[in-house]
Design a binder for this molecule. Structure first.
Ligand code: BGC
Length: 739
């Protein structure tokens, strides 16, 4: 078998350099994000890199081919993390990997594992959580799933890429401790556990240096300390100096251009880049190519079980729906007649826009999902929304015009044209978002009265959309509800409550919105997130009680947006066109902040209701070699079958060093427990996980730790203590070292 070194030995230096630079936006598969360069004389193919994470982001059209190539749209990452179900996420990853191979993709540009730092972050939907353990575990499962099919996965965006505002040049200023414990941690977990084929360095600067031009990040931390041996690529058009990128640890510059190749060749001739560096980087590219389905001639699968994949998308969506409030309204009984308010009931938003988009054959709206399950949907209300939305269609059409232009630019790999079109495309998206905000409350009092009389309950859907390139806006119509949305909620609630009927709000959103101004008006609130193409089916089965909700929040839902500590410095300075942002909350991200400083969120991290009730008992915790083992029993004491997410938080002993009140160190999702059924649970927490980063090393303090087992971060059901006899220290590669 040839290996990368055999091939390297036969290459001229310019050929090697050409391997370090992508071949532009993909010519091989329309809509894929890029290809590597081929070397035809040696049979080295260009391989195809394609976006995710919510599905394989190819364009349905292929030049000269009348067929359409649709993929399955899976739920966005924030929903996957809300399921807390690693096996499920592994199966989503596997399905995406299979589709990737089927469509001729070699490497998926997913998952995203930046942190949920800002509720209005433009890409929060593409990331898992505010907690590094949950993010790292989710990402590992996703990568394992994708890579089990012989397709590569890419961790992105490395690192501290939490805002879209000025993302191409913003300098993120963050302490090394917060970096190590919070922002680098999920990458570290996934690199060590799942061995991803690739890592994508982020657009932003980190403490003064572009991530793509940062030897500390790319070489010292990633490769030397963590032992990463895969490929590192740039984000698309990232940074400002390709020579520095190659010197700092980038193996592959994407999407690449001939000018970049020429610049690198010139730097080589001047002795700025050595043969050693070129060999090192080209070897990584060749190793990636040699592993790829295209090189190995694996080809696609002949038949792919798309229906099976749609079922996986459905199962994932069901498990990630979070029930925030339920004053006896849910589940609905029988086959009720429902009045569906809100445009999102008929045009449910399946996913975010930008590179995290995907093009499925269909999206099941909430209305269609309910009708499929035999629910009677009030026709008059439906007709009114449908007649209101013709303008929505017109503007939706203008987005698709830009989309088509963009794809043309992609096909022609004309970067300048693409840049111009991207601007237009984003303008169109802004317009699209504005249109999503068309009047939602066109009803007269009389009509609402009649509808409340004849229907069993009301479902009001509030939808929002998000995209890369912008953060969401802290204004009415985006983070806040518009006046017509608020009046819809209060008028529908008034009318239905008068008749003793219930009102349920469904949040079809990419990340939190204001909830405190209206939540007391309604009887139940479900968060559907951006659930992929099976949206309506998943929601219908939860509303009708076929499945009990088992999702829990992977982030803190603030009472007030401006209580989120990150909002203090957002979007950075200067406020117009910011060039730098300080992560001034340091390690106190999300619940670490709310818990330590005793602030009440609207809904805490890990929160989510069920139709049934679980009892926690018999907690035992012991130290077993290098691990803490926690055992307990969970019993379903309620009337419905259901699954529970058990969360294990650890409170470190008080010491001279500031630490969060508690941190998530383990979790477990039970199997489906029938009423009365129990499950014995064991969670293993490696001692390393208890460490903080202090004085340049990882330190596990000696002393008494509190182990807190909860149904959420604030609903702690069982507690015990555990003594770690003495201090333990590790170096950055986790070798034990003197303290
Ligand atoms: C995004 C990446 C994506 C790349 C290729 C960039 O704009 O930040 O997440 O993988 O484009 O489409």
């Amino acid at each position: 078998m040839v290996d990368a070194d055999d091939i390297l030995a036969g290459l001229g230096v310019e050929e090697k350099i050409s391997l370090l630079v992508g071949a532009g936006l993909s010519r091989i598969v329309l809509g894929a994000a890029g290809d590597t360069r081929s070397i035809a004389r040696l049979g080295i193919p260009g391989i195809v890199l394609c976006d995710g994470p919510a599905g394989v982001r190819i364009h349905p059209l292929r030049l000269g081919d009348a067929r359409k190539y649709y993929v399955i749209s899976f739920p966005n990452e924030i929903l996957l993390a809300s399921s807390w179900n690693l096996d499920l996420v592994r199966s989503v990853g596997r399905a995406i990997g299979e589709e990737a191979r089927f469509f001729g993709i070699d490497v998926m540009l997913a998952p995203g594992l930046n942190m949920h730092r800002l509720p209005i972050g433009g890409r929060v939907f593409e990331y898992f959580s505010e907690d590094p353990l949950l993010s790292g575990e989710m990402a590992s499962a996703y990568v394992e799933g994708v890579q089990s099919t012989g397709v590569g996965a890419t961790l992105k965006h490395f690192v501290a890429h939490e805002q879209e505002a000025n993302r191409l040049l913003i300098n993120v200023v963050v302490s090394e401790r917060a970096l190590r414990e919070i922002y680098l941690k999920p990458f570290e977990i996934a690199v060590r556990r799942a061995r991803p084929w690739a890592v994508m360095a982020a657009y932003n600067k980190l403490n003064g240096k572009y991530c793509t031009q940062n030897p500390w990040l790319l070489t010292k931390v990633l490769r030397e300390e963590w032992g990463y041996d895969g490929l590192v690529m740039t984000d698309w058009f990232a940074g400002d100096n390709s020579v520095e990128q190659i010197l700092s640890g980038i193996d592959l510059i994407m999407p690449g251009s001939d000018e970049t190749v020429a610049r690198l060749v010139e730097a080589y001739r001047k002795g700025v880049i050595s043969d050693e560096i070129i060999n090192l980087r080209a070897r990584k590219v060749l190793e990636l190519v040699l592993k790829s389905p295209r090189y190995r001639g694996l080809g696609g699968y002949r038949d792919l079980d798309f229906e099976g994949h749609a079922r996986i998308a459905y199962e994932a969506a069901v498990e990630g729906v979070v029930l925030l409030k339920n004053d006896g309204a849910l589940p609905l009984s029988g086959k009720p007649c429902l009045a569906l308010f809100g445009r999102g009931s008929y045009w449910t938003v399946k996913g975010g826009l930008g590179s995290g988009d995907s093009y499925p054959r269909y999206v099941v709206s909430i209305a269609d999902g309910l009708k499929e399950r035999g629910v009677l949907v009030d026709e008059e209300v439906e007709r009114i929304y449908r007649s209101l939305t013709h303008r929505f269609y017109e503007l939706g059409e203008s987005v698709s015009v830009y989309r088509r232009l963009r794809e043309k630019a992609l096909a022609e790999t004309d970067a300048r044209l693409l840049g111009a079109l991207l601007t237009q495309y984003f303008d169109a998206i802004v317009e699209y978002m504005r249109v999503m905000h068309l009047q939602e409350d066109p009803f007269t009092d009389d009509l609402l009265e009649k509808v409340a009389e004849r229907c069993n309950a009301a479902v009001i859907t509030i939808s929002r959309i998000s995209t890369e390139g912008f953060d969401r806006f802290p204004v009415k119509g985006d983070y806040y509800l518009r006046d017509d949305e608020l009046s819809l909620i209060s008028r529908v609630s008034g009318a239905f409550h008068k008749h003793g009927k219930r009102v349920i709000v469904v949040l079809n959103i990419p990340s939190p919105i204001d909830i405190t101004s209206w939540r007391d008006l309604v009887d139940a609130i479900l968060v559907l997130w951006l659930p992929g193409q099976e949206a309506g089916r998943a929601l219908a089965d939860i509303l009708l009680g076929k499945v009990s909700p088992s999702g829990k929040l992977p982030l803190t839902w603030p009472k007030d947006l401006y209580e989120t500590p990150a909002m203090r410095t957002y979007p950075g300075t200067p406020r117009e066109n910011p060039v730098g942002v300080v992560y001034s909350e340091d390690i106190y991200l999300g619940y670490r902040y709310y818990d330590t400083f005793a602030l009440e969120p609207a809904y805490e991290f890990g929160y989510g209701l069920s139709y049934t009730a679980f009892e926690y008992r018999d907690l035992e915790v012991k130290l077993d070699g290098e691990s803490v083992i926690a055992r307990l029993r969970v019993v379903n004491k309620g009337p419905y079958p259901g699954k529970e997410v058990v969360q294990i938080y650890v409170k470190a002993p008080g010491s001279g060093v500031y630490r969060p009140l508690q941190e998530l160190k383990g979790f477990y999702k039970t199997k489906l427990l029938e009423s009365g059924e129990g499950e014995d649970i064991e969670v293993k927490i490696p001692l390393e996980m208890l460490a903080m980063f202090s004085g340049g090393k990882w330190v596990v303090e000696g002393g008494v730790y509190e182990i807190r087992v909860g149904a959420s971060s604030r609903d702690i059901r069982l507690k015990t203590t555990l003594e770690i006899p003495g201090i333990i220290c590790y170096d950055a590669s986790w070798n034990k070292t003197a303290c």
